[in-house]
Design a protein around this ligand. Structure first.
Ligand code: NDP
Length: 293
């Protein structure tokens, strides 16, 4: 069994980004600049945005955060988006979701210029991704693709089963791995709550990607011997074995599946750490105009 160490991979990628950014700045150029808009007081969203700010600092990128109160109107948010769309010093930006209920998230996402949509949520980027054109790919699928690449996991001709069809994880994963590329060229089955015989389908997978939001749903009986298991799920559960009184677990029952898997991502330390570096990689691509020239 090989552990897919997302924490170490993310650290390595951050070092690579930092080297590239330092070289740009040393050469007298402006470095990449990521902006983030956050509306309201949701503690988890603030933690994510603070993490993104810290990651930018670590790699030498500029970050600017627009922290707006809960009662900010949709019009005001759209005005800031418009401002960032037109600010030549900002390479890319994100609007942290969820937004307060009185703001239409789709309207806000649609108002972001695709060229600056480093979260990869705009339909233009999703469409380009589906067509195999250069696109910003959203952070979690991008991070998983990067792990597959860096661990040299063969995907061509493999049977991939994705459990969960969300717009941000399951669906893009299924599209990416069925594209004519590496990682890709796999035969993909996408499962969801209406799927019949899900357990048998999961057991047929050479590569099993689990993004269901169901703690410890996948056990050893659902995993083929030597399968690659990627666990996206993340859940905080009470624990009397940690100081904090809780621990993080995934959608996969790691201890029961580990002996069956050829490669497996742990939780924490697997897919999670890759998401922020994916955003940094997208910002770097934006700065270098790699996607939209
Ligand atoms: P969603 O809740 O948006 O989607 C869950 C999907 O799983 C849906 O397609 C749903 O089916 C399916 N599903 C749920 N229960 C079952 C079941 N019992 N049987 C079959 N299918 C089921 O989740 P996300 O994709 O946003 O997130 C999944 C998990 O990944 C969560 O734990 C989340 O916290 C975590 N996550 C972690 C990230 C990271 O950085 N590590 C990033 C993003 C998410 P249906 O469509 O039919 O309802």
């Amino acid at each position: 069994m090989n552990l897919i160490d997302g924490k170490a991979t993310a650290k390595q990628i951050k070092m690579e980004i930092a080297t590239e950014v330092a070289a740009m700045i040393d050469a007298g150029h402006e470095g990449p600049h990521l902006a983030a808009v956050i509306v309201g007081d949701d503690p988890a969203s603030h933690t994510y945005v603070n993490g993104k700010e810290k990651a930018c600092q670590e790699v030498g990128m500029t970050s600017s955060i627009y922290r707006l109160p809960e009662d900010t109107s949709e019009k005001e948010v759209l005005e800031i988006v418009d401002f960032l769309n037109n600010d030549d010093h900002v390479d890319g930006f994100i609007v942290q979701l969820p937004l307060p209920k009185h703001i239409d998230e789709n309207k806000v996402i649609m108002s972001i210029k695709p060229e600056k949509d480093v979260d990869g949520f705009h339909p233009v980027n999703v469409g380009r991704m589906a067509l195999g054109l250069p696109a910003y790919i959203s952070a979690t699928p991008f991070g998983i693709m990067e792990l597959i690449k860096r661990y040299n996991i063969e995907t061509e001709g493999k049977r991939v089963v994705v459990l969960g069809r969300s717009n941000i994880v399951g669906s893009p994963m299924s599209i990416l791995l069925s594209r004519k590329a590496y990682p890709g060229n796999a035969t993909v089955t996408l499962c969801h709550s209406r799927t019949k015989n899900l357990k048998q389908i999961a057991k047929s997978a050479d590569i099993l990607i689990v993004a269901m939001g169901q703690p410890h749903f996948v056990n050893e009986e659902m995993v083929k011997k030597n399968a690659v298991v990627i666990d996206v799920g993340i859940h905080r559960v009470a624990s009397d074995q940690t100081k904090s009184g809780f621990r993080l677990i995934g959608d996969v029952d790691f201890d029961r599946v580990i002996s069956k898997a050829s490669y497996i991502t742990p939780v924490p330390g697997g897919v999670g750490p890759m998401t922020i570096v994916s955003l940094l990689l997208n910002t770097l691509k934006a700065h270098k105009k790699e996607i939209y020239s």
